[in-house]
Design a protein around this ligand. Structure first.
Ligand code: MN
Length: 194
Protein backbone atom coordinates (compact mmCIF):
# COMPACT_ATOMS: atom_id res chain seq x y z
CA UNK A 1 0.00 0.00 0.00
CA UNK A 2 1.19 3.48 -0.86
CA UNK A 3 2.10 5.98 1.85
CA UNK A 4 0.49 8.73 -0.24
CA UNK A 5 -3.18 9.70 -0.51
CA UNK A 6 -5.16 7.10 -2.50
CA UNK A 7 -7.43 8.23 -5.34
CA UNK A 8 -10.97 7.28 -4.38
CA UNK A 9 -12.73 5.03 -6.93
CA UNK A 10 -15.96 7.04 -6.46
CA UNK A 11 -17.14 10.65 -6.28
CA UNK A 12 -17.27 12.40 -2.90
CA UNK A 13 -21.07 12.20 -2.87
CA UNK A 14 -21.35 8.65 -4.28
CA UNK A 15 -21.84 6.99 -0.89
CA UNK A 16 -24.79 9.21 0.13
CA UNK A 17 -26.94 8.88 2.13
CA UNK A 18 -24.88 6.28 4.02
CA UNK A 19 -21.76 8.50 4.15
CA UNK A 20 -22.26 12.14 3.16
CA UNK A 21 -20.10 14.24 0.87
CA UNK A 22 -19.22 16.36 3.90
CA UNK A 23 -17.95 13.32 5.81
CA UNK A 24 -15.80 12.25 2.84
CA UNK A 25 -14.44 15.80 2.55
CA UNK A 26 -13.43 15.85 6.23
CA UNK A 27 -12.65 12.19 6.91
CA UNK A 28 -10.78 11.39 3.69
CA UNK A 29 -9.79 14.93 2.74
CA UNK A 30 -8.64 16.20 6.14
CA UNK A 31 -8.16 13.36 8.64
CA UNK A 32 -6.42 10.91 6.30
CA UNK A 33 -4.40 13.72 4.70
CA UNK A 34 -3.16 14.72 8.17
CA UNK A 35 -1.92 11.17 8.88
CA UNK A 36 -0.21 11.04 5.46
CA UNK A 37 1.50 14.39 6.05
CA UNK A 38 2.53 13.45 9.59
CA UNK A 39 4.09 10.13 8.56
CA UNK A 40 6.03 11.82 5.74
CA UNK A 41 7.31 14.45 8.14
CA UNK A 42 8.20 11.97 10.90
CA UNK A 43 10.03 9.54 8.59
CA UNK A 44 11.79 11.98 6.25
CA UNK A 45 15.55 11.33 6.40
CA UNK A 46 15.13 8.29 8.69
CA UNK A 47 15.48 4.54 8.08
CA UNK A 48 11.68 4.41 7.73
CA UNK A 49 11.69 6.55 4.59
CA UNK A 50 12.51 3.59 2.30
CA UNK A 51 10.32 1.06 4.10
CA UNK A 52 6.90 0.05 2.85
CA UNK A 53 3.85 1.13 4.80
CA UNK A 54 3.22 -2.50 5.78
CA UNK A 55 6.79 -2.89 7.08
CA UNK A 56 6.42 0.21 9.21
CA UNK A 57 3.09 -0.97 10.63
CA UNK A 58 4.56 -4.39 11.43
CA UNK A 59 7.80 -3.24 13.00
CA UNK A 60 7.63 0.32 14.36
CA UNK A 61 7.54 0.53 18.15
CA UNK A 62 4.46 2.04 19.79
CA UNK A 63 4.54 5.78 19.17
CA UNK A 64 3.94 8.47 16.59
CA UNK A 65 5.43 6.68 13.54
CA UNK A 66 3.38 3.56 14.23
CA UNK A 67 0.22 5.54 15.01
CA UNK A 68 0.30 7.47 11.73
CA UNK A 69 1.28 4.43 9.63
CA UNK A 70 -1.45 2.31 11.24
CA UNK A 71 -4.01 5.03 10.64
CA UNK A 72 -3.01 5.25 6.96
CA UNK A 73 -3.27 1.48 6.51
CA UNK A 74 -6.65 1.34 8.26
CA UNK A 75 -8.13 4.37 6.48
CA UNK A 76 -6.99 3.40 2.98
CA UNK A 77 -8.42 -0.09 3.53
CA UNK A 78 -11.68 1.48 4.73
CA UNK A 79 -12.15 4.04 1.94
CA UNK A 80 -11.14 1.69 -0.90
CA UNK A 81 -13.69 -1.00 0.06
CA UNK A 82 -16.78 1.14 -0.72
CA UNK A 83 -19.07 1.82 -3.67
CA UNK A 84 -22.49 3.46 -4.15
CA UNK A 85 -25.25 2.01 -1.91
CA UNK A 86 -27.00 -1.12 -3.13
CA UNK A 87 -30.00 -3.00 -1.79
CA UNK A 88 -29.40 -6.64 -0.78
CA UNK A 89 -25.66 -6.11 -0.91
CA UNK A 90 -23.88 -9.36 0.00
CA UNK A 91 -20.67 -11.27 -0.78
CA UNK A 92 -20.65 -14.01 -3.41
CA UNK A 93 -18.53 -16.99 -4.34
CA UNK A 94 -15.52 -18.04 -2.30
CA UNK A 95 -15.87 -15.26 0.25
CA UNK A 96 -19.57 -16.01 0.87
CA UNK A 97 -18.72 -19.71 1.35
CA UNK A 98 -15.91 -18.84 3.75
CA UNK A 99 -18.22 -16.61 5.80
CA UNK A 100 -20.91 -19.31 5.97
CA UNK A 101 -18.31 -21.86 7.04
CA UNK A 102 -16.93 -19.62 9.81
CA UNK A 103 -20.10 -18.00 11.13
CA UNK A 104 -22.99 -20.20 9.94
CA UNK A 105 -24.58 -17.50 7.78
CA UNK A 106 -24.01 -14.00 6.39
CA UNK A 107 -26.62 -12.64 8.84
CA UNK A 108 -24.83 -14.19 11.80
CA UNK A 109 -21.50 -12.77 10.56
CA UNK A 110 -23.05 -9.29 10.25
CA UNK A 111 -24.44 -9.59 13.79
CA UNK A 112 -21.05 -10.53 15.25
CA UNK A 113 -19.16 -7.87 13.26
CA UNK A 114 -21.70 -5.19 14.26
CA UNK A 115 -21.42 -6.27 17.89
CA UNK A 116 -17.62 -5.89 17.79
CA UNK A 117 -17.97 -2.44 16.20
CA UNK A 118 -20.67 -1.30 18.63
CA UNK A 119 -18.94 -2.45 21.81
CA UNK A 120 -15.43 -1.16 21.06
CA UNK A 121 -14.94 1.38 23.84
CA UNK A 122 -13.54 4.72 22.66
CA UNK A 123 -11.76 5.10 19.30
CA UNK A 124 -10.77 2.24 17.05
CA UNK A 125 -11.64 -0.28 14.41
CA UNK A 126 -13.38 -3.64 13.97
CA UNK A 127 -11.72 -5.90 11.41
CA UNK A 128 -12.60 -9.15 9.66
CA UNK A 129 -9.32 -10.95 8.92
CA UNK A 130 -7.83 -14.27 7.98
CA UNK A 131 -5.63 -15.59 10.77
CA UNK A 132 -2.48 -17.73 10.43
CA UNK A 133 -4.66 -20.87 10.24
CA UNK A 134 -6.58 -19.32 7.30
CA UNK A 135 -9.69 -18.89 9.50
CA UNK A 136 -11.92 -15.81 9.46
CA UNK A 137 -11.81 -13.87 12.70
CA UNK A 138 -13.48 -10.65 13.90
CA UNK A 139 -11.45 -8.51 16.28
CA UNK A 140 -11.50 -5.08 17.85
CA UNK A 141 -8.45 -2.83 17.41
CA UNK A 142 -8.13 0.29 19.58
CA UNK A 143 -6.61 3.52 18.25
CA UNK A 144 -4.33 2.82 15.24
CA UNK A 145 -3.81 -0.90 15.74
CA UNK A 146 -4.40 -3.23 12.83
CA UNK A 147 -4.33 -6.94 11.93
CA UNK A 148 -1.10 -7.01 9.92
CA UNK A 149 0.75 -6.19 13.14
CA UNK A 150 -0.55 -9.56 14.43
CA UNK A 151 0.40 -11.46 11.26
CA UNK A 152 -3.20 -11.61 10.03
CA UNK A 153 -4.55 -10.80 6.57
CA UNK A 154 -7.05 -7.90 6.81
CA UNK A 155 -10.23 -8.13 4.71
CA UNK A 156 -13.02 -5.79 5.87
CA UNK A 157 -12.89 -2.86 8.28
CA UNK A 158 -15.18 -0.37 9.96
CA UNK A 159 -13.87 2.85 11.46
CA UNK A 160 -15.65 3.61 14.74
CA UNK A 161 -13.67 6.69 15.68
CA UNK A 162 -16.37 9.33 16.20
CA UNK A 163 -15.02 11.41 13.29
CA UNK A 164 -16.13 8.58 10.94
CA UNK A 165 -19.84 9.02 11.71
CA UNK A 166 -20.52 12.08 13.85
CA UNK A 167 -21.45 14.50 11.02
CA UNK A 168 -24.03 12.03 9.65
CA UNK A 169 -25.20 10.09 12.70
CA UNK A 170 -24.04 12.17 15.70
CA UNK A 171 -23.90 9.82 18.72
CA UNK A 172 -25.81 6.99 16.98
CA UNK A 173 -22.95 4.60 16.24
CA UNK A 174 -25.37 1.66 15.88
CA UNK A 175 -27.22 3.43 13.04
CA UNK A 176 -23.93 4.05 11.22
CA UNK A 177 -22.99 0.38 11.58
CA UNK A 178 -26.41 -0.75 10.27
CA UNK A 179 -26.08 1.47 7.17
CA UNK A 180 -22.42 0.50 6.55
CA UNK A 181 -23.43 -2.84 4.92
CA UNK A 182 -25.07 -1.05 1.96
CA UNK A 183 -21.80 0.40 0.61
CA UNK A 184 -19.37 -2.54 0.85
CA UNK A 185 -17.74 -3.48 -2.44
CA UNK A 186 -17.49 -7.21 -1.74
CA UNK A 187 -15.31 -7.82 -4.82
CA UNK A 188 -12.63 -5.64 -3.25
CA UNK A 189 -12.95 -7.55 0.02
CA UNK A 190 -12.72 -10.91 -1.76
CA UNK A 191 -9.55 -9.83 -3.61
CA UNK A 192 -7.90 -9.18 -0.24
CA UNK A 193 -8.17 -12.93 0.55
CA UNK A 194 -5.59 -13.75 -2.13
MN1 MN B 1 -11.13 7.68 10.64
Amino acid sequence: MDKQMPVLPYANDALEPVVSRQTIEFHYGKHLQTYVNALASLTSGTAYADKSLEDIVRTAPAGAVFNNAGQIFNHVSYFMQFRAPQADNAPKGALAAKIDEAFGSFDEFKKQFAQAAATLFGSGWAWLSLNAENKLVIKQYPNANCPIRDGEKPLLVIDVWEHAYYLDYQNRRADYIAEFWKIINWQVVEKRMK
